[in-house]
Design a protein around this ligand. Structure first.
Ligand SMILES: [Zn+2]
Length: 341
């Protein structure tokens, strides 16, 4: 029984990022915060840790680009509108891939830094993304200070963002920034990604490292975004070999198979002997999610929470996806009950 109530970290700056005709809406996070408070969570002040913890994960090029991209794009003759690339660098096909060259124009840079056309840059995108990273860092600091459970109610999400690429609704990789911050303070984090989609950005950031374990349960990339990674044979490279574990599942997976696979993930995590468990928490595994095909019910998150707690580690929940707003409240409530069980 975990008696302490969860510590909650949240920034209202997320509301400034409000894409039109898009599933990643502010109401998601407002619903999650509301139910976490109703469940006894204690809202804590967030600290502004500045840019340096972001630079420990992301390239200076990406961090110079994102804050100004909307303004630069909007100064084109066509006038203000969401900044979305129309062309992609596909860097492995380009001679400049390894040269450090960065295109000069805003159009060239959009295609250089972005993976897809799903991830618009709007007037409030940078403040929201920056705020979400500070939320994750503040929650990491609480866990580093021995809080048993902290919930970073982050928006926009982060796990599809790479060292120098944004995409998949993600701009900065909140969970990776939190994990790196903990590593620099002597911790040994494991990251469990239970979003419906593979945590490709997080995996790539730690792929050659042995000091952070990354494990993801997700819909098989043969069928689902991000399509090009998240296969079972991706296990890490060089020093990181054996420190990435991918458990792809059929898109229509139901609770029994999901929980069995989660058990495998938790065994591997315990074998790594981490001192903190970071969870990339997606609710897009719920039945009826517009972005997923899995068939978990809100109540499925109670045994999921229990499985997380059984590792006996401090838990840092970092919010990722989940787009069926009506199901978010009961699912988060069940998860928190499961962790506290
Ligand atoms: Zn997702």
């Amino acid at each position: 029984m975990m008696s302490d109530s969860p510590l909650l970290f949240y920034s209202s700056t997320h509301r400034q990022h409000n894409p039109v005709d898009h599933p990643e809406v502010p109401q998601r996070i407002e619903a999650l915060l509301e139910v976490a408070l109703a469940a006894g969570g204690q809202l804590r002040e967030i600290t502004d840790w500045g840019l340096s913890p972001l630079l420990a994960v992301h390239s200076a090029g990406l961090l110079n680009f994102l804050p100004w991209a909307y303004e630069r794009f909007s100064s084109l003759p066509e006038g203000p509108r969401a900044a979305i690339p129309d062309c992609f660098a596909v860097r492995q096909l380009a001679e400049y891939g390894a040269s450090g060259y960065i295109p000069r124009t805003i159009w060239g840079q959009l295609g250089h830094y972005c993976t897809d056309n799903l991830t618009p840059i709007l007037p409030g995108t940078w403040p929201a993304a920056y705020g979400a990273a500070q939320v994750a860092l503040s929650a990491a600091a609480a866990v580093g200070d021995r809080a048993p459970l902290a919930y970073a109610v982050c928006r926009p999400p982060g796990h599809h963002a790479y060292h120098d690429l944004y995409g998949g609704y993600c701009y900065l990789n909140n969970v990776a920034i939190a994990a790196q911050w903990l590593v620099e303070r002597g911790h040994r984090p494991a990251i469990l990604d239970i979003d419906y989609h593979h945590g490709n950005g997080t995996q790539a950031i730690f792929y050659e490292r042995a000091d952070v374990f990354f494990c993801s349960l997700h819909a098989d990339p043969e069928e689902e975004y991000p399509y090009y990674c998240g296969f079972a044979n991706e296990v890490g490279r060089d020093e990181g070999e054996g420190y990435s574990l991918n458990l792809p599942l059929p898109p229509a997976t139901e609770e029994v198979v999901y929980l069995r696979t989660l058990g495998r993930a938790m065994n591997a995590i315990v074998d790594f002997r981490p001192d903190v468990l970071l969870v990339s928490l997606g609710f897009d595994t719920l039945a009826g999610d517009p972005q997923g095909e899995m068939r978990l019910q809100p109540a499925s998150f109670r045994p999921i929470g229990r499985a997380l707690a059984e590792a006996g580690l401090p838990v840092l929940l970092v919010q990722e996806g989940g787009y069926k707003v009506a199901s978010l409240r009961p699912a988060l409530l069940a998860l928190l009950e499961g962790i506290a069980y």
